[in-house]
Design a protein. Structure first.
Length: 131
């Protein structure tokens, strides 16, 4: 059953990412210096393998969060939410900021990507404790 929790949490967080990046697509492409084609989408099209890779990476994060939650006794909605927010806001978002700073990427990109990491981890945290 624990594996099902991890998959459901990953699917929901991944879907939230689709909504997040659809809403912020233009700002994200500008901040990431991604050239747009005439249709407003990334030039050269989208790579389906990238979506599979992204899902796999989120599955790994959700799996590790489940493990940490089990070890820490995190099993309520509030604890799952706070722990998920904390992981996103204080572990993943700062790491994104470090990587972007060394690459000379704009703070706006860090805010968009770090914001999604925080949202996704909060979603994962909540879903992991609901089952």
């Amino acid at each position: 059953m624990e594996f099902v929790n991890v998959i459901v949490a990953t699917v929901v967080a991944f879907a939230a990412g689709a909504v997040w990046y659809m809403k912020l697509a233009d700002q994200w492409m500008d901040a990431a210096s991604i050239k747009k084609g005439p249709d407003g989408k990334p030039e050269g099209g989208e790579n389906p393998m990238l979506y599979g890779f992204s899902f796999l990476m989120q599955l790994i994060v959700a799996g590790m969060m489940r493990h940490v939650f089990n070890l820490s006794g995190i099993d309520t909605f509030g604890a799952g939410l706070v722990a998920g927010l904390g992981i996103g806001l204080f572990f993943i978002a700062p790491w994104i900021a470090i990587n972007n700073a060394y690459c000379g990427r704009p703070v706006k990109l860090t805010m968009i990507d770090g914001g999604y990491a925080t949202l996704a981890c909060a979603i994962i945290g909540v879903i992991l404790v609901l089952f």
